[in-house]
Write a protein of this length. Structure first.
Length: 328
């Protein structure tokens, strides 16, 4: 389970909570323009936009969970089990791309959501695993730039791109359900509620926050979508970098997973879903910020502090040990 957010103040910010029961060998990985991407059925790209994001690297290949390119286009893949479907064969005349190739395929070629949607119209997702021991992941994708936000889903009904007016994505059910489900919460307000119960009762709020009574607080994908959407759409933040960054991580924390809160059935073993890491990308400046479940200090990696014309991956290990500033 995961939650992704697209937020704009003076700069454009994009990021997510990665909710899993364990780490997956993730690293902050920069792919320079000259790293060659070889796609299983769509040829090879020798030159492309530089990319930064969180990935595991297998056989020298970056398997990105989320990333941004140097032009400010961002993508996050989120778990979509039981709904995601990728056919074995693609449509004639379209580029056949495996889900693990989608992020470099789009970020390598496109500068904005409009270009990404045009490319996706000429692309089909197909069921090609990375390797025998790494099967295809059931995903859908949140794609955004500073002007637009969309969701890509591939199901038995085909591949669909949805406009995302709230800038939030979680997991199951499909995206059109999440938007319709928001209608059940039209009564919520950051201010004090009106007395719609009955005028005769002469009801008055007994404290602040009663306008949001009914806002979900559980960890289900539908509830996280509602809560994150409500908080993002009502978010108030100063527009500078530090305040924007702080606000973004507060939004992610509002829907983060605490160990012990969500038990995953696994043959009698006790496994718990946690937010293994949270990230925020300043897509305008190319800075990837993250913190982990065990280290709340924010770490930053800048795309533009590296040689982006190279051909070798640049990899930064995750700082997972808690860093504490001792005042005395």
């Amino acid at each position: 389970m995961c939650t992704s957010i697209a937020m704009k103040t003076d700069d454009f910010y994009f990021g997510r909570n990665m909710d899993l029961d364990c780490a997956f060998g993730e690293r902050v990985v920069i792919t320079p323009r000259g790293y060659p991407f070889s796609f299983r059925r769509a040829g090879r790209i020798e030159l492309h936009h530089a990319i930064i994001g969180m990935a595991t690297v297998r056989d020298g290949y970056p398997l990105y969970a989320e990333a941004s390119n140097e032009r400010g286009l961002c993508i996050a893949g989120l778990n979509f089990p039981e709904n995601a479907y990728y056919p074995a064969q693609g449509d004639a005349g379209k580029a056949c791309i495996s889900p693990f190739e989608l992020i470099p395929w789009v970020l390598g070629k496109c500068s904005c959501v409009e270009e990404a949607c045009a490319l996706l119209g000429k692309t089909c997702l197909v069921n090609i695993p990375f390797s025998d021991d790494l099967p295809v992941s059931p995903l859908h994708w949140h794609i955004a730039d500073r002007n637009s936000s969309v969701v890509l889903e591939s199901t038995h009904s085909g591949m669909q791109v949805y406009e995302n007016p709230v800038g939030i994505m979680t997991n199951n059910p499909p995206f059109d359900f999440h938007l319709q489900n928001l209608c059940q919460y039209m009564n919520l307000t950051p201010g004090p509620p009106d007395n719609c119960f009955n005028a005769k009762a002469n009801l008055k709020p007994f404290g602040f926050g009663l306008g949001s009574v009914g806002l979900p607080g559980d960890f289900s994908p539908a509830s996280r979508f509602v809560k994150a959407s409500y908080l993002l759409l009502n978010s108030i933040s100063e527009a500078d970098e530090h305040n924007s960054l702080s606000q973004f991580f507060h939004l992610l924390e509002s829907v983060s997973m605490v160990r012990g809160g969500v038990l995953i059935p696994d043959g009698g073993k006790e496994k718990y879903e946690i937010t293994t890491y949270s990230c925020c990308i300043n897509a305008d400046k190319g800075i990837y910020y993250y913190k982990t479940y065990t280290n709340h200090q924010i770490t930053a990696v800048s795309l533009h502090h590296e040689d982006l014309d190279g051909s070798e991956l640049i990899i930064y290990p995750i700082r997972s040990v808690q860093q504490i500033f001792h005042e005395n």
